[in-house]
Design a binder for this molecule. Structure first.
Ligand code: PLP
Length: 902
């Protein structure tokens, strides 16, 4: 059998055009609107515009706004026409919508140009597949990143601020109207958001692909100290940041069966028939780069019923069922699964994953086929990065497309697949590794299961040839786990086998995966398949947007009025020379003070207008912050038990007659601030939240303390709250059990904002220490190489708790924080005392408390040294820019280059 390996030209509609094929009848018609802004190579199209389109072409006058008056015209047009509002009825929300639509108009012009350029130049593209994009707010970010034709970036924000100021609006109030796009749980989703920012900023031809959940991560309310989840209605108002592409809809199939009537081998083209069908509709979000006119695309898919109607059912009188089935379609993208670092194995989740992978792959393949290149060039033109195992089905789907639809030889197809994909691992924790029961998998995706079995067959054959007669090895590495009661598909193994590179997200983590979960695969493939790309964060959002005062102090100090340091963070090293300059330290401290007051305002607002922190004392109150998802491995329990220890020590000293002044010297002013969501079904994490709030209740109302200790739980931690919270920290806590936190990214955000860190030797804390110097970070606790041993010891010896912790646990057990139900927190105590203390709270407790004493001492007795450490942290944080990550991915994994606008 022979196949024509040149893809046929697809006729499906799209916004990105094929300039390589000027004979295509679609080109002139679709490009007629692109006047005026066209780069050179696209302007060539001008010559092939048909006469009948000439008038429209010439009449086209769309133009970006550059001046305040142009912005105001645009703003008013949007109030009048887009919102159809009377101008005397334009509130802050309407002003937000009108401003966003005006800014979006500018971005769309550059977005179109970028897409045309990328299509015309036909360079290798990157597709970043992530089930989560935790974007936060878009408007402020767009104002910072956006280029206008006359002003350099950064100035467009000031210009718009002035322009809407003249119309009677305050930019700050307008920005607050925007709901967060909270399509993610935590670090993994925020990483994807930082990466799309850096890919656009670096001019990489790169798209993100994800899902458009109708409900993002739930909103958290705290009622009587407990977390209560409420739905996140983020799409209640029109969302100016998405462009619905109802013309781009991809049919997606589920269930059914594989037709084997004509042949028997699973390796030859098969037909997958019957089952359920839904449509994937594309929604595009423009992703503007900073100081460049590149605007990339984030494409999110939304599920819709097909317009086909089940007439068989209808005619048999089952109208209701027929309609219900249609409605079922929408449930696929209704809600984000609210688990962080935990897998639940629900059928709807697998459906989400396939829906998203299939739609994205269809889109990618369609775009490739328009170039009419041979299939062998697919991996030269396309790199697909898998953000964790959630998109692993994309590997199987591409194999299915190549074998079943494009009729390629199985092995040729598999060579293309593995050269295209790369996989980022995010955890070594067993409970977070994705597995699917074979039965469920095969029921939903019968053809895909066959392909997985075939992939596994050829893989195991290869292993058997390399390591003959090692049956144990075969069963250890098999993609199919032979477990009872049912066999499972191990998605992480499938991702490793189907990719050409596998990376961890910090050095320690990348080393760990090679010695633990993927040890056998290192033996099989060699060590070079495994690599490290340490995570990073975008300094545009996490410095400039979150901390404008600090960004402005830096730009003045570096004599860098255009904020070029945000593109080249190595420029910050010039701050080293000022670390001990007292004038500079004072300015630095004033910025911190401003940010602490800003956070105090937020806390007051969230507390119903009642102040928890006394303004007069804020300058010498240490802000000690732990904000992240609530998880036993992240050890918020260690933090709150440490707070209780401090409280008891203060009370004990006062009770024994020590004068208050003396006590206050030993335990200077501090506020412990917590924030974070628990998965709704995670009992222990919810109990930790309750404990924090119960301790806050007691401590904050204990008048004997005269406010030297306060505890605050900030409800509904999200990206926009993080932007207020993080710049206000003196100290932040990154205290996971060693070896459990793959990287962490909020540690980087805090350092970038001049906060010091107390942390374990875990994740990216290791590289942070290397970059900023070990004298500038407070490390404590056991090392990851000792964790296994310590856990083992807990299993076989009765737990011996340090006295300090014993006291704390006794107080909790006695009901000191839950007088009405003393046993309320027993499960937390039991997990430490009686159930093996898996997270090693008892092993690290004394080291943790002692390290906090060092923190107090330095902060209150040697503020100059403190400020020096703070300045040096920022001076040396450059490595953690996500721009550096993207360069590493591009150079070592994707083999792609930037495509700069001319
Ligand atoms: C950065 C970020 C995270 C990740 O925090 P870690 O401390 O690294 O787990 C989670 N949530 C939000 C809103 C963030 O901005």
């Amino acid at each position: 059998m022979s196949f024509d390996r040149r893809p046929s030209l697809s006729t499906s509609q799209s916004n990105d055009l094929i300039f390589k094929d000027p004979n295509s009848p679609h080109v002139p018609r679709l490009t007629r609107r692109l006047t005026g802004f066209l780069p050179q190579e696209i302007r060539a199209i001008d010559s092939i515009i048909p006469a009948e389109s000439r008038k429209l072409w010439d009449a086209h006058k769309v133009k970006k706004f550059n001046e305040p008056s142009e912005f105001q015209d645009r703003f008013i047009s949007h109030v009048e026409w887009t919102l159809a509002r009377s101008l005397y009825n334009c509130d802050d929300l309407a002003a937000y919508e009108a401003t966003s639509n005006s800014v979006r108009d500018n971005l769309v012009i550059d977005w179109n140009l970028t897409q045309q350029r990328q299509t015309a130049r036909d360079k290798k593209r990157v597709y970043y597949l992530s089930l989560e994009f935790l974007m936060g707010r878009a408007l402020d970010n767009a104002l910072i990143n956006m280029q206008t034709d006359t002003s350099s970036s950064g100035e467009s924000r000031e210009m718009v601020k002035g322009a809407i100021g003249d119309l009677g609006f305050k930019l700050e109030d307008v920005l607050k109207q925007e709901p967060d796009a909270a399509l993610g749980n935590g670090g993994l989703g925020r990483l994807a958001a930082c990466f799309v920012d850096s890919m656009a900023t670096g001019d990489y031809p790169a798209w993100g692909y994800g899902l458009r959940y109708q409900y993002g991560i739930f909103a958290q309310k705290i009622i009587n100290g407990f977390q209560v989840e409420t739905p996140d209605y983020w799409l209640n108002f029109p969302n100016p940041w998405e462009i619905e592409r109802s013309e781009i809809h991809v049919p997606i199939n589920f269930y059914g069966y594989v037709d084997r009537s004509s042949n028997t081998s699973t390796l030859t083209p098969a037909e997958w028939l019957g089952g359920e069908r839904v449509l994937a509709v594309a929604y595009d979000m423009p992703i503007p780069g900073f100081k460049t006119s590149t605007v990339n695309n984030l494409r999110l898919w939304s599920a819709r019923p097909t317009t086909e109607f089940d007439f068989a059912k209808f005619n048999s009188g089952d109208y209701r069922n027929s309609v219900e089935q249609q409605q079922r379609a929408e449930s696929i993208t209704a809600v984000l699964y609210p688990n962080d670092n935990f897998e639940q194995g629900k059928e709807l989740r697998l459906k989400q994953q396939y829906f998203w992978c299939a739609a994205s792959l269809h889109d990618i393949v369609r775009r490739f086929k328009k170039t009419r290149r041979p299939w062998s060039e697919f991996p030269d033109q396309i790199a697909i990065q898998l953000n964790d195992t959630h998109p692993t089905l994309a590997i199987v789907e591409l194999q299915r497309i190549l074998v079943d639809l494009e009729k390629l030889d199985w092995h040729e197809a598999w060579g293309i697949v593995t050269a295209t994909f790369a996989y980022t691992n995010h955890t070594v924790m067993q409970e977070a590794l994705e597995k699917w029961p074979v039965g469920l998998f095969g029921h939903l995706l019968p053809r895909h299961l066959e392909i997985v079995f075939d992939i596994n067959w050829f893989f195991l054959k290869e292993v058997e040839e390399k390591f003959p007669h090692d049956v144990d090895l075969l069963s250890r590495v098999s993609i199919i786990e032979e477990s009872s009661p049912e066999r499972q598909v191990r998605m992480a193994y499938l991702a490793v086998v189907g990719s050409h590179k596998v990376n961890g997200v910090a050095e320690l983590h990348s080393d760990l995966i090679k010695t633990t979960i993927f040890k056998d695969f290192v033996k099989i493939y060699g060590v070079h398949k495994f690599t490290n790309v340490t995570n990073g964060i975008t300094p545009r959002r996490w410095l400039k947007q979150a901390n404008p005062k600090l960004a402005s102090l830096i730009s003045k100090t570096l004599n860098d009025p255009e904020d070029k340091f945000l593109l080249d963070m190595s420029k910050l090293t010039a701050l080293r020379d000022l670390a001990e300059d007292e004038d500079f330290q004072e300015k630095w401290n004033d910025v911190k003070q401003f940010n602490k007051l800003r956070l105090a305002d937020l806390i007051k607002e969230l507390n119903g207008g009642v102040d928890i922190l006394e303004r007069d004392h804020i300058r010498n109150t240490l802000f000690d912050i732990q904000v992240k998802r609530i998880h036993e491995y992240k050890r918020q329990q260690l933090n709150i038990l440490g707070v209780i220890h401090r409280y008891l020590s203060i009370k004990e000293a006062l009770a024994s007659g020590v004068k208050f002044e003396e006590v206050a010297k030993k335990f200077p002013r501090k506020v412990s601030i917590f924030g974070g969501k628990s998965a709704p079904g995670y009992y222990m994490a919810k109990l930790i939240i309750k404990l924090i709030n119960s301790v806050a209740e007691v401590v904050n109302n204990d008048e004997e303390l005269c406010d030297i200790l306060k505890v605050v739980f900030i409800p509904d931690y999200n990206v926009s709250k993080a932007e207020i919270i993080i710049p206000a920290s003196d100290l932040s806590e990154h205290i996971s059990t060693a070896g459990t936190e793959a990287s962490g990214t909020s540690n980087m955000k805090f350092v970038m904002n001049g906060g010091l860190i107390i942390g374990t030797v875990d994740g990216a804390n290791v590289e942070i220490t290397r970059e900023i110097g070990e004298e500038n970070i407070f490390l404590f606790g056991n090392l990851s190489e000792n964790v296994e041993e310590l856990r083992y010891a807990h299993q076989y010896q009765p737990q011996k708790l340090p006295q300090s912790l014993e006291k704390v646990l006794n107080a909790v057990e006695s009901g000191a924080f839950s007088p009405d139900s003393p046993s309320e927190f027993q499960p937390l105590i039991d997990s430490i005392k009686h159930h093996g203390d898996y997270y090693l709270v008892s092993d690290d407790f004394d080291s943790y408390v002692a390290t906090h004493e060092l923190v107090d001492e330095l902060y209150h007795k040697d503020k100059k040294s403190w400020l020096k450490k703070s300045i040096l942290s920022v001076a040396n944080v450059g490595f953690f820019s996500s721009d550096r990550c993207i360069e590493e991915y591009a150079g070592t994994i994707w083999n792609t280059e930037p495509l700069k606008p001319e």
